[in-house]
Design a protein around this ligand. Structure first.
Ligand SMILES: *Cc1c(COP(=O)(O)O)cnc(C)c1O
Ligand SMILES: [Zn+2]
Length: 393
């Protein structure tokens, strides 16, 4: 089934190992209620594809097409996502006693967040497999990203979002012609309603971790980081965790790049940052559990982190454990202070979710968890410009 354009070989359940046909529309493992992972023929890809050839291609996420699911060049979908800058943070780094601090600025993606990566790939693949109508629950940015990529692909989109989702997300989604359904609750209720619509068979559910290909788009953040660090890993990657898909996706990139033989060094320690008002991953990590419990009364201004329980919770916990990482929570006040600090010290207007990473870094640097010479990457997952309704100057 693999072609020279994509080495996709199938899908498999990371919990029970059951294999699924990637040539058909798939959701998640019915036995484990676990996300599925795309599996590539990495032995053949490692032998036939040269990473230097990929580096020489035009910029963007699709230059890694052999490791992505679209089966032919005409089946990709792009608004210019990927190849975001890796910016050194010299002032903040030296103030915190860190000599090699970086921020990967995902705010430069279309629709102003890294959600573009996952949805570019997932919408492209859904269209390739013949899907016509897409539905998604969102805490904010995923709805807008779905709406714009659906427009690009000529598909219909419906978005379920909490009624208090940032105005920018509501407006952008409507701007792209998607139908917006406001929900009197959080993303898990939106997810339930989207799931009920998908159960009619007329709509395909693009929820985080409930279809296999958003993860593929997001894993390219890991490929870009490995390339930027000269085919090695930074010691630490810090990620603002809502559904946790980016965290799990970067960890998938670590495994794939090792199997490809392209990065053989020590893998990064993965850090999950959450808001104190919604920290199910932090609680499970501290209690040594391998799954999360639903967080009651979730509340934070960092809307992307307001996810009471992720469908991929076991994969998140596995990533933190396997990588020797950690999880920690920060308050909304600390997030707003970190947002101002990044803007004033380094010239970056981060989304609150991205700023949360700096707030967490301040704690990690003070605690001695980081050594001064370690290379540390903060992921700024979105632009602060989409959250003007909650900015504090
Ligand atoms: C969705 C989102 C997150 C959380 O991403 P997950 O992969 O769901 O953990 C973080 N930041 C921003 C800006 C987001 O839109
Ligand atoms: Zn399974």
């Amino acid at each position: 089934m693999t072609t020279n354009y994509s080495y996709l070989a199938g899908l498999s359940c990371p919990i029970c190992g059951r294999v699924f046909d990637a040539g058909r529309v798939q959701t998640y493992c019915p036995d484990c209620a676990s996300p599925l992972e795309a599996v590539y023929d990495l032995g053949r890809a490692g032998a036939e594809v040269r990473r230097e050839a990929i580096a020489a291609r035009p910029k963007g996420l699709w230059r890694w097409h052999e490791l992505l699911p679209a089966s032919a060049p005409g089946h990709t979908l792009s608004l210019g996502e990927g190849d975001t800058p890796l910016l050194p943070l010299p002032r903040t780094g030296s103030a915190l006693g860190l000599r090699h601090l970086y921020l990967k600025d995902e705010s430069l993606n279309p629709t102003g967040s890294f959600k573009a990566r996952g949805l570019a790939v997932a919408v492209a693949r859904a269209a390739e497999l013949g899907v016509k109508r897409l539905v998604i629950p969102t805490a904010g940015n995923a709805g807008g990203a779905l709406a714009f990529y659906a427009s690009r692909a000529g598909l219909q989109a419906r978005v379920y979002m909490p009624a208090d989702t940032p105005e920018a997300n509501q407006i952008e989604t409507r701007m792209a012609g998607a139908e917006v359904v406001l929900v009197d609750g959080l993303i898990n209720l939106a997810g339930k309603q989207a799931g009920e619509l998908a159960a009619t068979g007329e709509w395909f559910d693009m929820s985080t971790f409930k279809e296999p290909y958003r993860m593929e788009g997001k894993k390219i953040m890991g490929y870009e980081l490995a390339e930027a660090f000269g085919w090695s890993w930074p010691e630490v990657i810090i990620y603002p965790t809502g559904g946790g898909m980016g965290l799990v996706a970067i960890w998938k990139a670590v495994r794939e790049l090792s199997e490809l033989g392209w990065v053989l060094g020590r893998p990064p320690r993965m850090v999950a940052v959450q808001a104190a008002g919604c920290a199910p991953v932090v609680r499970a990590f501290e209690q040594g559990r391998d799954a999360c419990e639903l967080w009651e009364g979730a509340e934070t201004l960092a809307s992307g982190l307001r996810v009471p329980k992720s469908f991929g919770d076991k994969l998140i916990m596995r990533c933190l454990r396997e990588s020797g990482g950690t999880a920690l929570a920060v308050s909304d006040e600390q997030i707003l202070a970190a947002q101002r600090r990044l803007a004033r010290e380094e010239g970056i207007f981060a989304a609150p979710e991205g700023a949360a990473n700096l707030a967490a870094l301040e704690q990690l640097a003070a605690s001695g968890w980081l050594r001064p010479d370690e290379r540390v990457v903060l992921l700024n997952t979105g632009t602060g410009l989409k959250y003007l309704d909650r900015a504090a100057l």
